[in-house]
Design a protein around this ligand. Structure first.
Ligand SMILES: Cc1cc2nc3c(=O)[nH]c(=O)nc-3n(C[C@H](O)[C@H](O)[C@H](O)COP(=O)(O)OP(=O)(O)OC[C@H]3O[C@@H](n4cnc5c(N)ncnc54)[C@H](O)[C@@H]3O)c2cc1C
Length: 538
C-alpha cells in the first residue's frame, strides 16, 4: 500500500466476506498489512470490490483507502455536486429524442447540459402505469404492443436486473455515467462493485427521477407518443409525425435532428426506414433459451460449498453467477444476461410471439438462478432458413418467436423442457415446469420447436458446460424458450465522425436499436456521445 502527501494509504487487500462486512475488522487487516500497531489506522474506505471465487475459501479483493482521524476528510467520496442539469435558456434550440430507454434518457440529459432542449417522445407509459400492462401480460396473457417489458418509461432497462457491467474501455465515461445514476438515487455501491447491479425494485424510482431532471430543466417528455414517420428536405431531416397511441391523433413537429433511440424491439422503426429506402444491414445476434437452476446449486458450485444464509446473504456474499462460453463446430454458444436470484420474464412486444429475458431484485433473493444460453446466428443461418436482405435476421428471429408461441398453446405460456430431457432428446412429461416464468409453461421437446442449427449446438454446449460446472445438467434445471432479443438483428448505419445516418443528415441512430450498444450502460453512454456530437454542431 502507498501513502500519499495527505497521509492517506491506498492499495489492495484481500479479506474474507465476514471481514469485509465490518470496518473494525478491515482496519485490523490493513494494520497487519502495513505492520502497524492496533490503533494505527482509524478508518478504511472501500474504493473497489470484487469476489475471488477461483479457489476455496472465497475471498474479496478490495482496493481501499485508510488513514487516521486527521485525514478522514481526505477520503475519496463521489463528486455528486458537479452533476447538474441546469435550466434551459429561453429560446433554446430543440432536438427530437425518440425513446426513453437508457440511450434516450442520457441523450436528453446531455443535451440539457449543453443548453439544448430535448423533446423526448416515448410510445409507452410512465413507469407506474406500465406495471398494470406487465401484470396483464403475466396473468391474462395480453400483450400491449405499446407498453410491455421492452416499451415504456426507461425502456427495456426499467424492469431488468440492472446489471451495469460494460466492456467499454473509457473508464472515465463509465464512472461518470454511473455517477448520474447515483445522483438520481442509485446506491453508491455501484461505483465500487466490479459487477454492479441495481435491481428491478429500485430502477423505476431512478428512471422517474431522471425524467424529473429533464422536465425541471425545461425539457419535454411525452408518453403514449409514437414516432410513425419523419420528413426530409434536400437530404436532411425537416420534421416528424407523432401519433398519440391513446387518442389516435397525429401531430407534425418541426425538427432538424432526430435521435433514434428506439431499442432492438421496435420492429416498426426498422420497417419504416426500410420502406423509406434508407440503408440498413442485417446483423449477427444470438438466440437460444433461458436455463434456470436452483440458486443454491449455483452458489454451492461457484463458492466451493461455502454457505450462504438462506439465499438472503447479499451483503456478505451475493448470489453466485457464472459466465460460460464454448465453440461448437465453429459456432459460439454462451451464457447471456445471467440473473442470480432472479426470475424469467415474459418480454413479448406483439401478441403472437414468445420472448423471454430475466430480471432480479436488488437483493437477488429469489430461489432461482436463470441465464440466457444462446447460439450465435449469422447470415449463413438466416439465409439457409429462407430469409435475406437487411431484415433477414429480424424475420428469422420473428419466426422462432412465433414457433415457440404456437408450440406452447398460442398464449404467453412458453415452451419448456427439463435440461436432462433436452440433452437426451426426449420430451419432458408431467405437470408444467416448476420455474419462475409466471405466465406458465408447456412441456415440449425443444428439438422439435427450435431450429436444428440452434438446438444441436445448444445440446453440445450444455454437455461442455456440465464439465465446467459439475452437475450443470441438473435434475431440477429447466429450459424456457426462446431467448431471442439478445441484441439488435439490424444495424442502422451511421457515419463514424458525424454519427448521422449516411443517407440522411440529422438522423442519429443511437443505442442498442441501431446496433451501437449491448446493455444499459453502453446504451446510456452512446446516448451521451450522440448528444455531445449534436451539441458540437448546433
Ligand atoms: C427483462 C430485461 C432484462 C435486462 N437486463 C439487463 C441487465 O441486467 N443489464 C443490461 O445491461 N441490460 C439488460 N437488458 C438490456 C437493456 O435493457 C438494453 O440493452 C437497454 O435498455 C437498451 O437501451 P436503449 O435505450 O438503446 O433501448 P431501449 O431500452 O429498448 O429503449 C427504447 C425505447 O424506445 C421506445 N420506442 C420504440 N419505438 C418508438 C417509437 N416509434 N416512438 C417512440 N418511442 C419508441 C420504446 O418504448 C423504449 O422505451 C435487459 C432487457 C430486458 C428486456
Amino acid at each position: 500500500m502507498e501513502q500519499n502527501d495527505l497521509g492517506v494509504f491506498k492499495g489492495q487487500i484481500r479479506a474474507t466476506p465476514d471481514q469485509a462486512l465490518s470496518e473494525e475488522q478491515l482496519i485490523e487487516v490493513v494494520e497487519q498489512k502495513l505492520g502497524l500497531q492496533k490503533g494505527g489506522i482509524s478508518w478504511v474506505h472501500i474504493l473497489k470490490r470484487s469476489i475471488d471465487a477461483r479457489n476455496a475459501p472465497v475471498m474479496l479483493q478490495l482496493v481501499v483507502e485508510a488513514g487516521s482521524e486527521d485525514n478522514l476528510k481526505h477520503r475519496s467520496l463521489p463528486q455528486l455536486d458537479a452533476i447538474s442539469f441546469p435550466k434551459l435558456p429561453d429560446g433554446a434550440s430543440h432536438v427530437l429524442v425518440v425513446g426513453s430507454g437508457p440511450a434516450g434518457l442520457y441523450a436528453a440529459l446531455e443535451l440539457i447540459r449543453n443548453g439544448i432542449k430535448p423533446i423526448v417522445v416515448e410510445r409507452g407509459k410512465m413507469v407506474r402505469e406500465r406495471r398494470r400492462d406487465l401484470a396483464a401480460l403475466t396473468k391474462d396473457h395480453i400483450v400491449n404492443p405499446e407498453s410491455n417489458y421492452c416499451f415504456g418509461e426507461g425502456g427495456a432497462g426499467t424492469y431488468s436486473d440492472g446489471k451495469l457491467y460494460t466492456r467499454a474501455k473509457k473508464r472515465g465515461h463509465v464512472m461518470e455515467s454511473l455517477l448520474w445514476l447515483v445522483a438520481h438515487g442509485a446506491d453508491p455501491d455501484i461505483l465500487v462493485d466490479a459487477h454492479p447491479h441495481i435491481g428491478t425494485n429500485r430502477l423505476p424510482v431512478i428512471i422517474s427521477k431522471m425524467r424529473e431532471s429533464i422536465e425541471n430543466a425545461g425539457g419535454d417528455v411525452r408518453f403514449n407518443t409514437k414516432l410513425t414517420d419523419f420528413n426530409s428536405k434536400s437530404g436532411a431531416v425537416s420534421g416528424a409525425t407523432l401519433l398519440n397511441v391513446k387518442t389516435g391523433a397525429t401531430q407534425e413537429i418541426e425538427c432538424k435532428q432526430i435521435v433514434l433511440a428506439t431499442g432492438h424491439s421496435a420492429r416498426d422503426i426498422f420497417y419504416l426506414l426500410y420502406d423509406k429506402g434508407l440503408s440498413l444491414e442485417a446483423k449477427e445476434f444470438a438466440l437460444g433459451v433461458r436455463v434456470e437452476h436452483p440458486q443454491s446449486f449455483i452458489d454451492s458450485r461457484q463458492y466451493h460449498g461455502e454457505e450462504r444464509v438462506n439465499n438472503l446473504d447479499e451483503e456478505r456474499l451475493p448470489a453466485a453467477s457464472y459466465t460460460l462460453v464454448c465453440q461448437i463446430k465453429g459456432r459460439g454458444v454462451h451464457s447471456f444476461c445471467m440473473c442470480p436470484g432472479g426470475i424469467i420474464a415474459p418480454c413479448a412486444t406483439e401478441q403472437q410471439e414468445i420472448v423471454t429475458n430475466g430480471w432480479s431484485p436488488s437483493k437477488r433473493n429469489n430461489p432461482y438462478a436463470n441465464s440466457g444460453m444462446v447460439v450465435t446466428i449469422d447470415e449463413d443461418v438466416w439465409t439457409k432458413a429462407g430469409y435475406s436482405g437487411p431484415l433477414g435476421a429480424l424475420e428469422y428471429q420473428r419466426s422462432v418467436e412465433k414457433a415457440c408461441w404456437k408450440a406452447a398453446g398460442e398464449t404467453q405460456r412458453a415452451p419448456a423442457q427439463r435440461l436432462t430431457d433436452f440433452v437426451a432428446n426426449r420430451p419432458s412429461s408431467g405437470p408444467e415446469a416448476d420455474c419462475s416464468y409466471h405466465p406458465g409453461t408447456t412441456f415440449v421437446n425443444l428439438h422439435d420447436v427450435l431450429p436444428r442449427e440452434i438446438a444441436e449446438p445448444l445440446k453440445k454446449g450444455f454437455l461442455e458446460f456440465d464439465r465446467k460446472i459439475r452437475g450443470f445438467i441438473h435434475k431440477d434445471a429447466i429450459l424456457v424458450a426462446p431467448e431471442s432479443r439478445t441484441s439488435s438483428p439490424v444495424r442502422i448505419p451511421r457515419d463514424k465522425e458525424s454519427l448521422e445516418h449516411p443517407d440522411l443528415v440529422g438522423l442519429y441512430p443511437c443505442g442498442e436499436g441501431g446496433g451501437y450498444a449491448g446493455g444499459i450502460l453502453s446504451a446510456a453512454m452512446d446516448g451521451r456521445r450522440v448528444a455531445a456530437q449534436i451539441a458540437s454542431i448546433l
